[in-house]
Design a protein around this ligand. Structure first.
Ligand code: PGA
Length: 249
């Protein structure tokens, strides 16, 4: 049975004091059940976050990592560095990484392989741009991103893959995909995975929706049968809003 997941991507927000305050606020929130809750602070605060949340069910995850094991890659962090501070899950392929840091499908496929080799969970992001949707090629774009980034994996590796469909036009814009648009795409993704990997893999993979999820719209989006949770940006920076979203699942 696939998992329900709500993950907060803090992006390049929160200095040390703000990080400590947000983690403290999250720690005071009530318990939750039936949903895996994850937060992705920026890399220099991961270690603190893991320690501060050691008694909590909230998991700390990375926002990115390099595909190489180590070496001359100034500014980058590796899988084993993440794991050495207790981080065993990483977001890969976020549209901001693709757009601003030139992450290609090929590089992402390598990053995914490295994470799988390390037994790390991957929250793999993908989604079409506004022009793609207007031109009605959103299914094609999503299929290509999945094929190039993930379909080199063996079926067994899919147990640590989480998908996050994030239409680029909905990220940080206040504009969400309608619950119907999300369901339509998630159903398409699941059927594509079924075609390539079979029913068991397709049924077990969690597919999150991301893009302007807020307390006011979360419940309706999460009510759709193929939406297994959310990847939350802006609203994850406020403990009350984030928990309201967690509780909407
Ligand atoms: P948003 O970001 O919730 O601020 O739209 C989502 C994301 O980028 O993961």
């Amino acid at each position: 049975m696939r998992k329900k997941i709500v993950a907060g991507n803090w992006k390049m927000n929160n200095n040390k004091t703000e990080t400590e305050a947000l983690i403290a606020a999250l720690s005071t929130k009530g318990s939750f059940s039936g949903v895996a809750v994850k937060i992705a602070p920026t890399s220099i605060h991961l270690s603190h976050a893991v320690e501060a949340l050691s008694d909590s069910a909230i998991e700390v995850i990375g926002q990115n990592m390099h595909q190489a094991e180590n070496g001359a890659y100034t500014g980058e962090i590796s899988a084993s560095m993440l794991q050495s501070v207790g981080v065993n899950s990483v977001i890969l392929g976020h549209s901001e990484r693709r757009a601003y840091f030139n992450e290609t499908d090929e590089a992402l496929a390598e990053k995914v392989s490295t994470a799988v080799t390390h037994d790390m969970e991957v929250v793999f992001c993908f989604g079409e741009e506004l022009e793609d949707r207007k031109a009605e090629r959103h299914f094609e774009v999503v299929e290509r991103q999945l094929r190039k980034g993930l379909f080199h994996l063996e079926a067994a590796a899919w147990k640590t893959i989480v998908l996050a469909y994030e239409p680029v036009w909905a990220i940080g814009t206040g504009e969400t995909a309608s619950p119907e648009q999300a369901q339509e795409m998630h159903a398409f993704i699941r059927s594509l995975i079924e075609k390539v990997y079979g029913e068991a893999v397709a049924d077990n993979v969690s597919i999150l929706y991301g893009g302007s999820v807020k307390p006011a719209n979360a419940q309706e989006i999460f009510s759709k049968p193929d939406v297994d949770g959310g990847l939350i940006g802006g609203a994850a920076l406020n403990a009350d809003d984030f928990f309201a979203i967690v509780q909407s699942i």
